[in-house]
Design a protein around this ligand. Structure first.
Ligand SMILES: Nc1ncnc2c1ncn2[C@@H]1O[C@H](COP(=O)(O)OP(=O)(O)OP(=O)(O)O)[C@@H](O)[C@H]1O
Ligand SMILES: [Mg+2]
Length: 456
């Protein structure tokens, strides 16, 4: 597949088994990491992103099946081998049905394990290659790969700005609600930049605990914390010649904000536990679905870092504010979903109208999912409105749905959503909205400011 070593993650709640398997696999030149127990396993999966996971099924906390499910999320091509004692043979069968590559019944011989590993690695490289080829074919036949789709004036303006800044090395801050296409636009900038031959890498700043995030971003030296058994290059260093997307930048803790600011200013990072700085050569793009300026006011985000990141600001509007793009995006997704050689499905008039009327709190991602679901549910060439998710078919007070979607919405969340809805329903006319809400216009103005509803 490649020249880099194959990474294997071992998960078991028995330290003895971990140790002996580790020794065995290391001898075969695999790069091995171990996790004691299911919970550690889940964390290690995301951190290590191994090619292959070998996990016990029965463990307290999280089971092998949980590991399998998470592995699918992290990397659909990650191979999972489960180990089981006789008693849980049934769950082993269940596991293979759920997508595990193989299961090994304990006790098993070394040769058996190594043979299964070799086959799994081979199978993985075929899968990866296959996916790459498919993607390439798609890119060639459609000619535009992951190009962001949109024709509304606000969206095309953003793309134009993205094209203008792409060839520079400026830091870009992309903000917008979840699912509006922040990553798509970040990739677009990378593709059009002089760095397009280099890597595009990203990290979700909210997904990892602080210490782990620091070592992922900046690297660490051997012995700097327990488990740091060798030097590790940070992603900001490893992405040399390319572009690095810092996703969910609003989640960064203050200490990491300081380090990042330094990295941007000095173009170098200090790995955790190191004394010497390491230069970086990377274009930084940051993305957020939070209001950073609000976070600055609350003292949660450093303003100096904000100004460094915000050199170019791209604000992606929610899908409901660019409804022109809905039919175009829908067609794009249906084309992409079309089976080989078959014409893409089309939408019935009613279905298209439902898509146009819905508020799309999850934005383009939600639209994509709704269409995928509809495509699976219908057999004919036309997607009828019945195949769309119920919430899309229902006409709801916009915004309120989102508020109630969260498990325990606070009074404030609901009030904000309701005010927003009334304002929209009254076409932004604040005195009429105040009347409907039964409050003083001055009270409404205060609430609008407080909830940041000014621009809607
Ligand atoms: N303009 C677009 N054209 C084509 N596909 C799009 C567009 N915008 C979003 N998508 C698709 O919608 C999904 C969500 O997009 P993306 O991951 O870029 O959103 P995001 O803003 O980064 O969301 P989050 O804040 O949740 O990370 C992806 O599958 C992406 O391919
Ligand atoms: Mg994203």
């Amino acid at each position: 597949m490649t020249d880099r070593p194959i990474k294997i993650l071992l998960v078991d709640d028995e330290a003895g088994i971990l140790k002996s398997l580790e020794i065995l696999l290391r001898r075969e030149d695999y790069e091995v990491s171990v996790a004691l127990g299911g919970r550690d396993g889940l964390v290690a999966l995301e951190r290590e992103r191994p090619d292959l996971v070998i996990s016990d099924i029965r463990m307290p906390g999280a089971t092998g099946l949980d590991i399998l499910a998470r592995a699918r999320d992290v990397d659909p091509e990650m191979m999972v081998i489960l180990m089981t004692a006789q008693a849980s043979l049934q769950s082993a069968v269940q596991a293979v049905n759920a997508g595990a590559y193989h299961y090994l019944q304990k006790p098993f011989g070394n040769d058996e394990l190594l043979a299964v590993c070799r086959r799994a690695v081979e199978a993985r490289s075929l899968r990866v290659e296959n996916r790459a080829l498919k993607k390439e074919i798609r890119r060639r036949t459609r000619g535009h790969g992951d190009r962001p789709i949109g024709q509304s004036s606000c969206f095309t303006e953003i793309l134009e700005l993205a094209r203008t800044v792409a060839p520079t090395d400026s830091t870009v801050l992309i903000s917008g609600e979840s699912g509006t296409g922040k990553e798509v636009v970040a990739r677009y900038i990378h593709t059009l930049s002089d760095r397009s031959e280099g890597p595009f890498a990203s990290i979700n700043c909210g997904a990892l605990p602080e210490t782990l995030l620091d070592s992922e971003l900046f690297g660490h030296v051997k012995g700097s914390f327990t488990g740091a058994d060798r030097d590790k290059e940070g992603h900001l260093v490893a992405a040399r010649g390319g572009t690095f997307l810092l996703d969910e930048i609003g989640e960064l803790v203050p200490q990491t904000q300081v380090k990042l600011l330094r990295a941007i200013q000095e173009r170098e990072v200090i790995p955790v536990g190191a004394t010497e700085a390491v230069p970086i050569d990377v274009r930084i793009i940051a993305a957020t679905n939070r209001d950073l300026e609000e976070q600055i006011r609350k003292g949660e985000f450093r303003s100096d870092l904000f100004y460094r990141l915000n050199v170019i600001a791209l604000v992606l509007p929610p899908l409901r504010d660019r409804r022109d793009d809905i039919p175009l995006l829908a067609r794009h997704f249906l084309e992409r979903m079309a089976e080989d050689g078959k014409a893409p499905r089309t939408l019935s008039k009613e279905a298209e109208q439902a898509l146009l009327d819905y508020r799309w709190p999850g934005n383009v991602r939600e639209l994509e999912n709704a269409l995928e679901r509809a495509a699976v549910l219908s057999s004919g060439p036309t997607l009828e409105v019945e195949a769309l998710p119920e919430r899309v078919r229902e006409v709801d007070p916009p915004g309120l749905v989102d508020a109630f979607d969260s498990k325990n919405p606070t009074m404030e969340v609901i009030e904000r959503a309701y005010i927003h809805w009334v304002l929209e329903a009254e076409g932004g006319n604040k005195s009429r909205a105040a009347e409907v809400l039964g409050i003083d216009p001055s009270t409404l103005y205060r609430k609008i400011n407080r909830y940041g509803l000014g621009d809607s």
